[in-house]
Design a protein around this ligand. Sequence first.
Ligand SMILES: Nc1ncnc2c1ncn2[C@@H]1O[C@H](COP(=O)(O)OP(=O)(O)OP(=O)(O)O)[C@@H](O)[C@H]1O
Ligand SMILES: [Mg+2]
Length: 261
Amino acid sequence: MASLELRQVAVEYTMKRTRQPLLALRNISLSVAHGQFVALVGPSGCGKSTLLNVVAGLQPASHGEVWLDGTPVVKPGRNRALVFQSPSLLPWRTVLRNVTYGLELQGAPPREAAQRARRYIDLVALNGFEESYPHELSGGMQQRANLARALATDPELLLLDEPLAALDPQMREVMQAELQHIWLQTAKTALFVTHLISEAVFLGDTVVVLSARPGTVRAVVPIDLPRPRTGQLRRSPRFRQLEDTIADLLQTELPTRLSSI
Ligand SMILES: Nc1ncnc2c1ncn2[C@@H]1O[C@H](COP(=O)(O)OP(=O)(O)OP(=O)(O)O)[C@@H](O)[C@H]1O
Ligand SMILES: [Mg+2]
């Protein structure tokens, strides 16, 4: 049984000023098997964050259905964790207490929550910063704290909206490998949005390419590369071939003005 199923999902916004409708997503059907890592790519504004919000239960679909493990998604739930595009740490809490926050909400005893939080803080290489406040961290460090917070609650489905975008290129590759490592250990189902094709190929079991807005599934590209994937694999002909395939699919979604350059 598919763990996550989207059936003909569409999302329409109403633009505040003009009251005009804006179709962000149309006819999205997608099946994600339990434990699968799906990377989502698509042009800016095609509705990737919207899609994640709908799956998280933070906003309703205008049309269609989202099912998770046989239950329709209508509101947020503990079985899902969303890492937002911009870090969303609580500014009045330290790193440690941001990571324990979700665990406290789940009713974990404070000592156990702190122990668990420290494990994930180590995992994202933030040890030494447990008592720092978000404003004392760099953007990339805030993103890592954010990731630790989501992982610590042990959700069944991880929704990751460009979680590594704020990192420098070296740290980003390190974190991609870390994320793969965590995912291989925990076997979570994951929907991962990225603008970086190499990141999608490195991490994904499949890469879903969305069209320009209104976003719809343009292609599903299976990534038949062995795991664990290594830095060396990035330079292999097959890796590069997959990158090219996805780049070509995305290229056709660019505005003609840009793609003709
Ligand atoms: N609350 C909102 N009200 C009205 N329109 C919205 C709202 N949120 C998003 N949109 C519109 O929906 C479309 C999709 O937005 P969304 O943020 O999902 O795109 P995205 O694919 O995540 O883009 P990016 O890659 O730049 O993060 C955009 O055209 C955006 O202007
Ligand atoms: Mg987005």
